[in-house]
Design a protein around this ligand. Structure first.
Ligand code: PLP
Length: 442
């Protein structure tokens, strides 16, 4: 029996459960930007395996770091124990994170990194005697993960609608979605007027808001929405003005994806809490980090046990994940990884802009190693909040790309390309050609 038949008998996949869904790709190995299938195909990983991979698949240095760590200690409880990989990774992250984020809290994935940030923010105010600050403000088109708190902070969509009764309510302010400006303005002449909605919500919740949570510079799952940096600067300014915490969800944007090590650097913004995952371990192992300022950490430092942060996962600070994260940071030092992303960005800008004139193309957006095309689509509006995720065009295009040996998974009518940074110029040129050819036929 093939892997696919065995898979179909017992495995439950995320997001792809319709009876008519195509068979999963049975992957037997990966190398660099390529995935190899059981039936002998070679497929270029154009989505970095759900946005996690940066240095390529099965990288010899990362493999070696993992194997070496497995030979020392693979896992140990992190309540009451510590180990070198966790300590060293905390030191290395603090060195590169926006200044002030000096405390590293480990968890398991992007959603837990967000859950931890939300819980820390709420308890921070409680520990400081402001227990009434329990509300959060998030943005339209936000996506923060699939656990309950992360779903609550995410825009309501097909991803969350079945769970509405278990979600807590969150205030929602405009995002700077310039192509579909919520105020009907154009970027060339606007003064980031959309920010005033956040200010209105902050003013209304003067004593009740704990934190504002945003995905800096790139709202990814909500439609690959690239921000003007001024909006991000404005979020920080307003959080300061109203005395609330700013949470930067850099689960996707961290580790170079937008061209800077962290997207907050585009606007020289220092958040109070930052959430990291995905490329943290270069796509090798699940791990989340929530980094906090000293001020937040100190609000929990007490002999009064009610002030303790009671949150921990079995695999907190898993040594294997820490070791591979450290090896990934070594690669950033040894090779000019951010320089490579800068080159990739230039090529994506030129290549994607050349597709703008195609009749089906509505907008082109590029930041760092991410290129996106928003298709003009009449079927967009059935689920606008998730970037038209249900638009039928998505799976149809994905099938055509796969036919050409390219793994790209459009978010409904948003076709995006987000490869591991090690992709070559020739491979990028080939991908842009494939996207152009497929869109030409629409
Ligand atoms: N936050 C952002 C910005 C994301 O893009 C994602 C996943 O795509 C998450 C959080 C959730 O991460 P995970 O899938 O690891 O739980």
């Amino acid at each position: 029996m093939s892997l696919i038949d065995r898979d179909r008998a017992h495995v439950w996949h995320p997001y792809t459960q319709m009876a008519t869904a195509p068979a999963p790709l049975a992957i037997t190995r990966g190398e660099g930007v390529y995935l190899y299938t059981e039936d002998g195909r070679k497929v270029l990983d154009g989505i970095s395996s759900w946005w996690v991979n940066i240095h390529g698949h099965s990288h010899p240095k990362l493999n070696a770091a993992l194997a070496a760590q497995a030979g020392r200690i693979e896992q140990v409880i992190f309540a009451g124990c510590t180990h070198a990989p966790a300590v060293e990774l905390a030191e290395r992250l603090v060195e590169i994170l926006p200044a002030g984020l000096n405390r590293i809290f480990y968890s398991d994935n992007g959603s837990t990194a967000v859950e931890v940030a939300l819980k820390m923010a709420m308890q921070y105010w409680r520990n400081r005697g402001e227990a009434g600050r329990t509300k959060f403000i998030a943005l339209h088109h936000a996506y923060h993960g699939d656990t309950v708190g992360a779903m609550s902070a995410s825009e309501g969509s097909i991803f969350t609608s079945a769970f509405t009764p278990m979600l807590f309510s969150v205030e929602r302010a405009h995002a700077p979605y310039c192509y579909r400006c919520p105020l009907g303005l154009t970027r060339a002449t606007c003064a980031i007027d959309c920010l005033s909605d956040l200010e209105t919500k902050l003013a209304a919740g003067r004593d009740s808001v704990a934190a504002v949570i945003v995905e800096p510079m790139l709202q990814a799952a909500g439609g690959m929405i690239v921000w003007p940096r001024e909006f991000l600067m404005g979020v920080r300014r307003l959080c300061d003005r109203y005395g609330v915490l700013m949470i930067a969800d850099e689960v996707l944007t961290g580790f170079g994806r937008t061209g800077k090590m962290f997207a907050c650097e585009h606007a020289d913004v220092h958040p109070d809490l930052i959430c990291l995952s995905k490329a943290l371990t270069a796509g090798y192992l699940p791990m989340g980090v929530t980094a906090a300022t000293d001020a937040i950490y100190e609000a929990f430092l007490s002999d009064d046990r009610t002030k303790t942060f009671f949150h921990g996962h079995s695999y907190t600070a898993n040594p294997l994940a820490c070791a591979v994260a450290l090896a990934s940071l070594d690669l950033f030092r040894e090779t000019d990884v951010l320089g490579r992303v800068a080159e990739l960005e230039v090529q994506l800008r030129v290549g994607f802009e050349s597709l703008r004139s195609l009749p089906c193309v509505g907008d082109v957006r590029v930041i760092g190693g991410v290129g996106a095309i928003e298709l003009q689509s009449n079927e967009l509006n059935d689920d606008e909040s998730a970037g038209g995720y249900l638009a039928n065009i998505g799976p149809k295009l994905a099938a055509e790309f796969l036919e050409r040996g390219l793994l790209i998974r459009p978010l409904g009518n948003i076709v995006y390309f987000m490869p591991p940074y090690v992709i070559t110029d020739d491979e990028v040129a080939w991908v842009i050609e494939q996207i152009g050819d497929v869109l030409q036929e629409l």
